[in-house]
Design a protein around this ligand. Structure first.
Ligand SMILES: C[S@@+](CC[C@H](N)C(=O)[O-])C[C@H]1O[C@@H](n2cnc3c(N)ncnc32)[C@H](O)[C@@H]1O
Length: 381
């Protein structure tokens, strides 16, 4: 229970990572053609604070957008308290913290100084084609009024609250909407997300998958990695973009140059597949199933490989069930567990050094991290 509370708190904190403009423009650089004449919805975004809203407002004409909608959630602690444009409301209500929606359909050429603030939103709203309205509810992306905006939109672009990632994606899929969203690479292994990747309905974006991103966090955060222009930033090494849009790198063939040998590519003990511990080592001449690290998904070309399943999380296709095992920790501690039934396993000849291993009937085993099970169906490069 205590762990659950801690995990919950950690997730709630991850819900308050705010995206930098630079990270958005770096990724968006590749999608111009796919945004032309589209209605964009940023549904976890306070227009006064969100760099997603800023990016699309500033690039409205460049991208040839039809409309930009942003809705703001009540709970955002970073939301500023500047007096808003709801001048006819009691002064104590006139902050941007209250849930609202902004709809932009025309942007006169933006020639701002890079800083986008209340004055710029005011300037956008001076054009009567653009509208700011209060939401009746709290701006939850699942609320009916936000779903109505979703229905009206073509592409959802945002960094949604991480703790609702599964639900967020499910709603997009249910409403058949395109999306370009930030998430955690761990989400790749979620059943709901993995199924979409396997079915080629979702893929990773262009930004390097292994680098991570820095996010703004609220001022009261005690732990952060750096401060820039007075704002605290936290690095999340496991963040990446997920999209339903076309991403050219997923049409590139991985160049395969290695040849299969029994020694270099051991077979799993409980899956009908070989272990390939590095994507660059995928053998060109192996016709069967291979287990590769999840970084493979960032290079996955559905014309070259078929995804068969994933170990640990779902559709693992293990062909063996182990009786209880003795787990030997790196400190020599022993415990009886059933962990080997939860992932790909290798049988080894002798106990490994500095590595947790398992003993069943005097046989030694180690367990591997999550592996994506794939089979080559296309060319070797
Ligand atoms: C990870 S932050 C990102 C904010 C913004 N999209 C950005 O990238 O800078 C997620 C945001 O979603 C808001 N949020 C949390 N729960 C929400 C919900 N149920 N519906 C809509 N927004 C929510 C949080 O307050 C926070 O502002």
């Amino acid at each position: 229970m205590a762990k659950k509370t801690l995990d919950g708190a950690k997730q709630a904190r991850q819900d308050e990572f705010y995206t930098q403009l630079n990270d958005i423009s770096t990724e968006m650089h590749y999608y111009k053609e796919q945004f032309k004449n589209k209605v964009i919805f940023c549904n976890c975004d306070d227009p006064y604070e969100s760099n997603f809203f800023k990016y699309f407002a500033m690039n409205f004409n460049f991208l040839g957008l039809k409309k930009l909608i942003a809705t703001c959630y009540r709970g955002s602690p970073i939301a500023n308290t500047q007096l808003s444009l709801f001048a006819d409301e009691p002064i104590e209500d006139r902050t941007t913290k209250a849930p609202h929606k902004i709809e932009i359909t025309e942007v006169n050429d933006y020639n701002g100084d890079g800083a986008f603030n209340l004055a710029d939103v005011e300037w956008l709203l001076a054009n009567k084609k653009n509208v700011l309205t209060r939401l009746d509810g709290d701006g939850d992306f699942r609320s009916q009024e936000c779903i109505e905006s979703l229905k009206e939109s073509d592409i959802v672009v945002t960094n949604p609250p991480f703790s609702y990632f599964r639900e967020f994606v499910s709603i997009l899929v249910e409403h058949k909407k395109d999306f370009l969203i930030i998430g955690n690479t761990n989400a790749l292994t979620y059943k709901e997300v993995f199924r979409l990747i396997k079915n080629n309905q979702m893929r990773t974006g262009y930004t390097n998958f292994n680098v991570g991103m820095y996010f703004f966090v609220p001022d009261d955060w005690k732990k952060y990695h750096k401060i820039e222009n007075g704002q605290k930033l936290v690095r999340v090494s496991t963040s990446c973009w997920f999209t339903s849009l076309e991403v050219k790198k997923h049409k590139d063939y991985i160049t395969l140059y290695k040849k299969y040998t029994d020694e270099e590519y051991p077979h799993y003990d409980n899956f009908d597949a070989i272990e390939v511990s590095k994507v660059s080592d995928i053998p060109m001449d192996w016709e069967g199933v291979m287990g590769v690290p999840i970084t493979f998904l960032d290079k996955y070309n559905p014309e070259q490989f078929e995804i068969v399943g994933i170990t640990k999380t779902w559709d693992g296709r293990a062909n063996k069930i182990y009786p209880n095992q003795t787990q030997i920790g790196t400190d020599g501690s022993e415990s009886v567990v059933s962990k080997l039934n939860d992932g790909a396993v290798m049988k080894i000849d002798a106990p490994p050094k500095n590595k947790t291993y398992y003993v069943v009937d005097k046989n030694y085993y180690i367990q591997l991290y999550v592996r994506v099970l794939i089979r080559r169906i296309g060319a070797t490069q």
